[in-house]
Design a protein around this ligand. Structure first.
Ligand code: ATP
Length: 340
């Protein structure tokens, strides 16, 4: 075979080596989210309501990445109040992990995606200045998008299906690692119904009763309807409006008791329906981001949920499946990302 001189080999090698190429490296697909290594690292846990994002974040931070602070990205949990109704993590469940944007804002004013973008970016900078990793956790994709997209126009809804998917910005302000906790919708729906019943057992109805009284909603004035700003948009408030505004007060008359019972059942059904709808819409938004090229790592928690529904949330087998199928793969993805 013809022998090649070392210098000609070197020339050939250099011309083929990606590091010697003048061209910028290209993304694996033409649409993938673009970030650079110099950008600050941020971990994002997204997924529909009820999919276990908060639990996963606490598992990851307490056991593997203690150098992290959590930033809530649920647009309703940012407000003070209605902790049971909005399903905020209790102090006990937070296990000492610092949380931002959880119950911090005035419930009577609107906290917009634009506000989240401007205040959130300052919070990210502060967390990083403490040499920690921000972990964004929550189901509001409009909040996640506004915070992370390089270009954000508050007047255009990139999730509106009538706009082209190309309207989604794929350049990001940070170097992001996205974990998308997915649960098949039929299984998630079953779980969400059960969760509403559990929230009612924990005191959701009493919490809403106090809220309606404190907001002065109990009135005979038909013009005095709930206006949907801030916390008033929380699932549970509009659904219970009719019940708390009914005539008849706490009368013990049989027909009043019966009409109250009917209104109560209707409110609970509406909460379940709207929670399912919310999960479906949130999933649609996640798929849109993925289709636009956002590089999302899907973590399938369906089996863990199925087992929890059949046995119990804390049962040995449920915990084993959650560990193997959710915590372990998530941990590996985040570890690789942080070490890159
Ligand atoms: P949109 O683009 O419609 O604003 P989004 O992705 O920004 O949606 P979502 O998290 O999907 O935000 O919330 C949409 C609606 O779902 C809220 O306005 C509220 O009615 C309800 N919702 C969301 N999170 C909660 C919660 N934690 N508790 C009660 N209701 C909630």
């Amino acid at each position: 075979p013809p022998t090649r001189s070392f210098s000609s080999f070197l020339r050939l090698y250099k011309s083929q080596s990606p590091s010697s190429s003048k061209k910028k490296p290209t993304c694996p697909t033409h649409m993938a989210t673009t970030t650079t290594r110099r950008q600050k690292k941020v971990v994002v846990i997204m997924g529909p309501t009820g999919s276990g994002k908060s639990k996963l974040s606490i598992d990851l931070v307490t056991r593997f990445f203690p150098n992290s602070e959590i930033m809530n990205s649920d647009k309703i949990q940012v407000y003070r109040g209605l902790d049971i109704t909005t399903n905020k993590m209790s102090m006990h469940d937070r296990r000492g992990v610092p949380h931002h944007f959880l119950g911090e804002f005035d419930p009577d004013t609107e906290f917009s995606p634009f506000d989240f973008r401007s205040i959130g970016s300052k919070t990210i900078a502060q967390i990083i200045s403490r040499r920690k990793t921000p972990m964004i956790v929550g189901g509001s994709n409009s909040f996640i998008y506004s915070l992370l997209a390089k270009r954000f126009n508050p007047n255009s809804d990139v999730f509106d299906e009538s706009n082209s998917v190309n309207s989604v910005c794929t350049e990001l302000r940070y170097n992001c690692c996205f974990l998308w906790v997915d649960v098949s919708l039929p299984v998630l729906n079953q779980y969400l119904d059960k969760r509403v019943d559990e929230m009612l057992e924990e005191g959701m109805f009493e919490e809403l009763a106090d809220y309606f009284v404190s907001e002065g909603f109990i009135s005979d004035d038909p013009a005095d309807s709930v206006s949907l700003t801030g916390l008033k948009k929380a699932i549970g408030v509009p659904e219970f409006e009719k019940y708390f505004k009914r005539k008849g007060g706490d009368s013990e008359r049989d027909d009043d008791v019966e009409s109250r019972r009917v209104l109560y059942e209707e409110a609970v059904k509406a909460i379940k329906d709207n929670t399912r709808l919310l999960a479906k819409r949130q999933l649609g938004k996640i798929l849109r981001l993925r289709d636009a090229g956002w590089d999302l790592h899907k973590i399938d928690a369906t089996e863990a949920f199925r087992e929890a529904m059949m046995t119990s949330k804390t049962g040995k087998r449920t915990v084993e499946i959650w560990e193997k199928q959710v915590v372990e793969p998530s941990m590996k993805i985040v570890k690789r990302f942080l070490m890159e």
